[in-house]
Write a protein that binds this ligand. Structure first.
Ligand code: HEC
Ligand code: HEC
Ligand code: HEC
Length: 95
């Protein structure tokens, strides 16, 4: 059975390389945040700016990072993308 997780991991890496990660949803208690990942790939062109250690889930990604350079900080810096609470946290719904 050991080769199965490795195969799954490889498929995830290949999917990422192909830019197949479309959207990632963070269900938070003040409303779900939908991160349009593919749109960011297309707008920013490269992975390294966000993925220092290569594509995949980011170690320690949390609220502090999201409100800093992980999401909001970049929007502030580039003067594009949502910076207000309700523009990321939608409708108080977590579905
Ligand atoms: C604007 C920043 C940004 C850019 C640019 C970006 N990513 Fe991501 N990516 C993220 C964030 C944030 C996550 C989710 C991190 C987390 O929650 O742990 C993520 C997650 C991923 C995942 C894991 C998805 C999952 O659900 O397991 C893969 C694979 C990935 N990115 C690949 C890429 C590749 C390949 C590129 C370049 C073509 C890229 N990313 C560009 C920010 C970015
Ligand atoms: C650019 C998008 C963005 C903006 C703007 C933003 N947030 Fe967030 N916030 C997130 C993301 C993404 C997470 C989830 C991080 C994680 O769980 O890894 C989050 C998490 C949270 C959490 C944690 C909720 C939980 O269930 O643990 C709270 C509370 C929160 N944000 C409040 C706020 C408030 C208040 C504002 C406005 C002052 C705000 N956020 C603005 C993206 C944003
Ligand atoms: C390195 C810079 C950078 C980071 C990090 C980043 N963004 Fe963005 N974001 C952008 C840019 C640039 C745009 C404008 C893209 C466009 O209009 O094509 C944008 C646009 C958006 C939009 C609006 C998309 C639309 O359809 O208009 C949302 C929502 C968003 N970002 C959420 C997030 C969340 C959530 C995170 C963190 C998980 C995040 N972003 C991280 C640069 C960034």
């Amino acid at each position: 059975m050991r080769f199965i997780p490795a195969t799954a991991a490889l498929l995830i890496i290949l999917a990422g390389t192909a830019g197949a990660i479309d959207k990632i949803t963070y269900p938070t208690r003040i409303g779900a945040v939908v991160f349009p990942h593919k749109k960011h790939q297309d707008a920013l062109g490269e992975c390294r700016g966000c993925h220092e250690k290569g594509p995949g889930r980011i170690d320690g990604f949390d609220k502090v990072m999201a409100h800093g350079k992980g999401c909001k900080g970049c929007h502030e810096e580039m003067k594009i993308g949502p910076v207000r609470c309700g523009d990321c946290h939608k409708g108080g719904s977590t579905h």
